[in-house]
Design a protein around this ligand. Structure first.
Ligand SMILES: *[C@@H]1O[C@H](CO)[C@@H](O)[C@H](O)[C@H]1NC(C)=O
Ligand SMILES: *[C@@H]1O[C@H](CO)[C@@H](O)[C@H](O)[C@H]1NC(C)=O
Ligand SMILES: *[C@@H]1O[C@H](CO)[C@@H](O)[C@H](O)[C@H]1NC(C)=O
Ligand SMILES: *[C@@H]1O[C@H](CO)[C@@H](O)[C@H](O)[C@H]1NC(C)=O
Ligand SMILES: *[C@@H]1O[C@H](CO)[C@@H](O)[C@H](O)[C@H]1NC(C)=O
Ligand SMILES: *[C@@H]1O[C@H](CO)[C@@H](O)[C@H](O)[C@H]1NC(C)=O
Ligand SMILES: *[C@@H]1O[C@H](CO)[C@@H](O)[C@H](O)[C@H]1NC(C)=O
Length: 845
């Protein structure tokens, strides 16, 4: 490692100097822009450019030229980049845009001209921009809408004219052609009055009109009668509350879906409080009102008076509200209080709102109390109760919820300090979504807390300090499809076989970050519908293909950040067939050649994997931190060949050794036989015969051979191992040297014992070899009584039929004995040469 580091530093230095040098070079002349996406996106911000750099490719779609002194845009200014879709010309000192400046940009969709002191706009300045959807002319010294040459931009959806000097809302006629226009932003202009007919040219009923931060002093009564707007935003549009009150009254007859009133956080709201402030709303057709940053203007909500009765949605945002007070018989269906000043959920104030469907009280730093038990409180139509992001320390009461909100579908108590979730058999069976994430929970994991929620389909208990200790933790959740429970824990850091048996409808399960060390093989057996499993950020060593065997519908498996080393053949075969995304990044992969099968498979299935750049080798050390997909497998192939060769060599050697071991004697005696073979002339033959026999037949041998032949006439010399072998010489050497080499013939005394003795068989084998090497060598078989003929035939085989060999049968009867002896002597005499001594002694006798 040290070595590598030492090498890296000079390389890095050299590399950085090259880069530095190049950057300087380009800054002087060539393309100084930052290439975000090659050929597509370039940022040329603040480079003192006077024109488009010549080497920005024609294919560029996204070009940021902001903060360059371009000053004048002549005709065909952008002809070198006709494919542009997004063009940022923020603060480019542009004073003139001449006709056809954007010629050819038929695909331009967004044009930002913020902060240019435009003095001259040719009537054909925006010619060709037929695809333009968003035109931002913020802070461009515009004083009137009339002079804007945009009537032909029929694709325009948003026109942002904030921070200009426009003093009239009178829409010029060309607006009626902008049929796609959805947002007209005139924030921070100089509009002070609204007159009859101002919005006549408005193209649709679906426009969002933003008039915030104008100083509107006068609205001609009924001037907006019959006007339809999607949204009208009037934040800080009136100098004070009394003008706002009068203004709203003068807007009689307006149809607007959503009206936004109020101020900005840093602006001082109006001081004078008027109980009838919003009376004007009574004369409007309004669905939704949002009151933002009301400071002390709305200390109470009873100012909403009866005029909110026909509004369905009321939102208070950053409102200085300590409580809410609604008029009687209101039809409000949706209330949202975000960042208000409650310290408890104003249960008794909400109780009369019998039409309420959605109640959201969120982001209140001081809200600590929510009393479900008080009796008066029922909202039979409530569907959504969102009390997230508060400081609640509360307990759920399932049966109370069922009783109070008989239609409840969504309960959100997430991001609160503490929520107790009891085990109750009866619960709100209408509940479909339950979000408790990031609240500390007491109950779940130790109690069957969700028993009564048989229609729940979504449960989020992410990071709730839940420790799953009992098997029935999720009992009762018969319809559950999504279970998010990351950042919790399981007893013994293991998922047991029964943890998820009661949530068989599950489609998505997130048990990431749960410190898991083990997942039981049958944990997911019943989850046949599971599509997505997130088991990342645990400490799992293996991937147990059996666990995933029944997940036929699994398409996403996130196993990143565990301690997996590899996937075996078995894993790969058992991967769910429908898998589309597999995240195995940040595991401890072993990239040694033993795992070449997996590495090759991974390369072949690259598209399956997510975050391949984070799939890195952990071992062997020389590959540490190498991307798995970049491991060179060719080196493995070479060594496979080497391995194959060396394996075959060792097998061969082992085989040879086994053979040598097994036939050691044979080799040895062959060697001995060969070594003596050539020199063995008859002169060396000091014995007439070497006798091989079984020690069991020793007595017979002594009596019938030794005594009869050695003391008879003619006198024969026989070789007996007990008598003639030299001591201290290996027996096999004795057999060959003293026995075979020194004798003319071999007498084999064949008995049942002889045939059974391995030693005698061996000697017989040597005799066979001996006969092969010595053409004169002859064998005399003396077959004793009682030998099994079949065994004899099998053992002696060919020996019997060789002409040099004699085959004698010994019978213990006088006559036969005599014949036997004669035959034996004849056989021994065959080929015998007599020495002088022998002849002399024969004559003496
Ligand atoms: C404009 O977009 C269309 C469709 O995406 C494309 O076919 C055409 O080549 C683009 N025009 C230019 C000049 O790039
Ligand atoms: C109008 O453009 C300005 C500057 O780009 C931006 O800050 C503002 O949010 C835009 N207004 C709206 C309502 O989108
Ligand atoms: C109306 O405007 C909204 C956004 O302001 C948009 O989402 C919706 O599609 C528009 N509807 C029509 C019919 O244009
Ligand atoms: C509302 O209309 C009345 C009657 O014409 C007028 O006196 C008043 O100035 C108007 N007020 C506002 C704020 O438009
Ligand atoms: C619950 O509230 C949190 C925070 O406001 C939000 O992020 C989450 O999406 C809500 N959950 C549901 C199911 O609407
Ligand atoms: C949980 O599942 C097991 C096995 O399917 C079943 O025997 C048991 O009744 C279930 N318990 C509940 C409370 O649903
Ligand atoms: C799985 O959970 C981790 C965090 O716990 C998250 O980063 C990751 O995006 C999730 N995976 C998927 C596929 O959503």
């Amino acid at each position: 490692m040290l070595k590598r580091g030492a090498l890296c530093i000079p390389v890095f230095v050299a590399f950085s100097s090259v880069v530095l040098f190049q950057t300087r070079m380009t800054a002087r002349g060539l393309n100084p822009c930052v290439q975000v996406t090659p050929g597509i996106a370039y940022v040329c911000m603040e480079l003192n450019l006077k024109e488009i750099p010549p080497d920005i490719p024609r294919s560029t779609q996204n070009l940021d030229l902001s903060f360059n002194p371009l000053e004048v845009l002549n005709a065909n200014y952008f002809s070198s980049v006709p494919a542009l879709k997004f063009l940022d010309l923020t603060r480019c000192h542009i004073t003139m845009i001449q006709d056809d400046a954007f010629a050819g940009l038929h695909n331009l969709s967004v044009l930002l001209l913020t902060g240019n002191p435009l003095q001259f706009l040719g009537p054909g300045a925006f010619q060709d921009l037929t695809s333009l959807q968003r035109l931002v002319l913020v802070d461009t010294s515009l004083s009137s809408l009339d002079s804007l040459p945009i009537g032909h931009l029929t694709a325009l959806q948003e026109l942002n004219l904030s921070n200009n000097d426009i003093d009239s809302l009178k829409l010029p006629k060309y607006f009626s052609l902008l049929t796609q226009l959805q947002r007209l932003i005139l924030q921070s202009n100089k509009i002070s009055s609204i007159f009859q007919g101002d919005l006549d040219a408005m193209p649709t009923h679906n426009l969002t009109l933003v008039l915030c931060r104008n100083n509107i002093k006068y609205i001609q009564p009924r001037s907006l009668k019959g006007t339809y707007l999607q949204e009208l935003s009037l934040r800080s549009s009136f100098e004070d509350n009394s003008i706002m009150q009068a203004g709203l009254l003068n807007m009689t007859g307006l149809h607007v879906n959503s009206l936004v009133l109020g101020g900005y956080r840093n602006l001082q709201g109006g001081k004078s409080f008027n109980k009838n402030l919003l009376d004007g709303l009574c004369q409007m057709d309004l669905q939704k009102i949002t009151l933002i940053c009301t400071k002390d203007a709305f200390p109470r909500t009873d100012i909403l008076s009866a005029c909110v009765n026909n509004i369905s949605t009321v939102r208070f945002v950053h409102a200085y509200l300590r409580t809410v007070d609604f008029p009687e018989n209101t039809a409000i269906r949706h209330i949202e209080c975000k960042d208000c000043r409650f310290d408890r959920v104003p249960v008794e104030k909400l109780a009369p709102l019998q039409e309420l469907r959605v109640l959201r009280i969120t982001n209140i730093g001081r809200l600590i109390e929510f009393d479900l038990h008080s009796t008066i409180w029922t909202l039979p139509k409530l569907e959504v109760l969102d009390l997230s992001n508060n400081q609640l320390n509360t307990g759920i009461c399932w049966s109370c919820l069922k009783e109070r909100f008989s239609n409840l579908m969504v309960l959100n108590l997430s991001f609160n300090p503490l929520v107790r979730v009891p085990a109750e058999l009866i619960g709100p069976t209408t509940l479909k979504y339950l979000d408790l994430q990031h609240s500390r929970l007491i109950g779940p994991g130790k109690l069957p807390s969700f028993l009564g929620l048989k229609n729940l389909i979504y449960l989020d208990i992410t990071r709730t300090s839940t420790s799953v200790n009992i098997e029935c933790s999720f009992c009762g959740l018969d319809s559950l499809e999504v279970l998010k429970m990351a950042k919790n824990s399981f007893k013994g850091n293991r998922v047991t076989a029964n943890t998820f048996t009661n949530v068989t409808k599950l489609k998505m399960l997130d048990i990431s970050n749960c410190q898991l060390q083990y997942v039981s093989l049958s944990s997911f057996d019943l989850l046949h519908d599971l599509h997505e499993l997130n088991i990342s950020n645990n400490k799992l060593l293996d991937f147990h293909p059996e666990s995933y065997l029944h997940l036929h519908n699994l398409t996403i498996l996130d196993f990143h950040c565990n301690q997996l080393i590899t996937l075996t053949k078995k894993h790969l075969e058992n991967l769910p067939g429908g898998l589309k995304k597999l995240d195995l990044s940040e595991n401890l992969f072993d990239c040694s050649c033993d795992r070449v099968d997996f590495l090759r498979w991974a390369k072949e299935h690259k598209d399956l994997f997510m975050h391949t750049e984070m799939m890195k080798c952990h071992s062997p050390t020389h590959l540490e931190d190498t991307q798995l997909m970049h491991v060179d497998l060719s080196s493995c192939q070479i060594s496979t060949a080497t391995v194959a060769v060396s394996v075959s060599i060792s097998v061969f050697v082992a085989l040879a050794l086994i053979l040598v071991y097994k036939f050691y004697f044979h080799l040895y005696y062959m060697m001995l036989l060969l070594s003596g073979g050539h020199s063995s002339t008859d002169n060396n033959k000091i014995y007439d015969a070497f006798v091989i026999y079984s020690s069991e037949d020793q007595a017979w041998v002594k009596q019938e051979l030794e005594e009869t032949l050695e003391s008879g006439v003619p006198r024969f010399r026989l070789c007996f191992h007990y008598r003639d072998f030299r001591p201290g010489v290996p027996i096999i050497a004795n057999i060959i040297k003293e026995g075979f080499h020194s004798s003319r013939k071999v007498i084999a005394v064949v008995s049942t014992h002889f045939l059974e003795s391995r030693w005698c068989n061996f000697e017989l084998e040597v005799a066979q070899s001996w006969q092969l090497l010595d053409s004169k060598a002859g064998l005399i078989f003396v077959v004793l009584d009682g030998v099994d003929r079949a065994v004899l035939r099998q053992k002696l085989g060919l020996f019997r039929y060789l002409r040099r060999n004699t085959y004698l049968v010994w019978k213990d009867r006088d006559v036969k004995r005599h014949v036997f002896l004669r035959q034996l002597k004849a056989a021994l005499l065959d080929g015998k040469t007599w020495t002088e001594d022998e002849l002399r002694s024969m004559l003496v006798n």
